[in-house]
Design a protein around this ligand. Sequence first.
Ligand SMILES: [Zn+2]
Ligand SMILES: [Zn+2]
Length: 423
Amino acid sequence: MAGTEPEDRKSHITEQPITLHNWHRHVNWVNTTLILIVPILSCVAALFTPLRIPTALWTVVYYFWTGLGITAGYHRLWSHRSYEAGLTLRIFLACVGGGAVQGSIQWWSSKHRAHHRWTDTVKDPYSVRKGLVYSHLMWMVLKQNPKERGRTDISDLNQDPVVVWQHRNYGFVVLTFGMLFPMFVAGLGWGDWKGGLVYSGILRFFFVQQATFCVNSLAHWLGEQPFDDRNSPRDHVITALVTLGEGYHNFHHEFPSDYRNAIEWWQYDPTKWSIWMWKQLGLAFNLKQFRANEIEKGRVQQLQKKVDQRRARLDWGVPLEQLPVVSWDDFVADAQSGKTLVAIAGVIHDVTDFIKEHPGGKALISSGIGKDATALFNGGVYNHSNAAHNLLSTMRVGVIRGGGEVEIWRRDRTKKQNLGTSL
Ligand SMILES: [Zn+2]
Ligand SMILES: [Zn+2]
């Protein structure tokens, strides 16, 4: 859509609340006409226009062409430079992309680059944080505050004569490829001029518009986040089905210059398949792809983050560094005065509540009270399970200074040996 917001010198209209008197000044009428008023009028016209089979088939074909103009052209080629295209393919994509009636390549790509650079912030032109309907539609229906506009570098696009031509002649492109071309095909082909205009022209671009808008709304709201959950982009097959494969949006925001959105062969990404096919035909080249190793790293790190979050919610016992340090003699004295304390691997455990429930019986634990039961616990009698180790850690109450009886014994022995040699 064309950015035709008139700027008030004192304050922009977007800084004033919407009221009954000023609402029409908040509306971007050019956008609203192209994405709402004309499509709604054509829905009414469709009630009085019979849908003929060849027109229906042509509408579906042209839906895919113009959809690809957006996904493979506007998005993956011009916004992200994920591959290069020869002049023929660029002209084709600029024409059919224009026929999707979503603004010029230059306008669309600058907004989209801002969306990637400032995802979920006020400078994100279609931030889902402002609401699902806002990110889908209202960001175009309402004027945007120029102070919140996220600026981006599109100098590379201005070097492409196809992009410059399309921007300068956008009105002609929309009229020709949005309405006249599909109407002429149906009219000259099988005499259905009205059906060609209503179905293959206007209703078709209405559907392509709504499908593309789902990438900004649905793909930031529905699905999984296998690569990064700090921002809103998500992966979901439904969004992929609606948007010619643009639904693997969590992956896309992590690896935006990859020509693929779906990395698995069985996932639905007809945009990727088309680009690959154009490569085979010599129309596209330099298809960019992140190494599987880099992609897997992102996936593993996100998995690790989830595991860490689950781990943090569990009781693992008091951390060792927070436990009081107790001398061996004090530990023995405490145990003799009636406390049910057991030392295992240099850590004192209070087994008062557990002693009766011990699956190995009360007697075994009792025999370790006031003693270093490390060997007993770690296989001297029975090699305890991982679960037992975990349970034990929740009972820890102190750390033995110097590590426990074994260390004291070894230290004493070394001292005696040293004394012996010095004598
Ligand atoms: Zn996005
Ligand atoms: Zn993108």
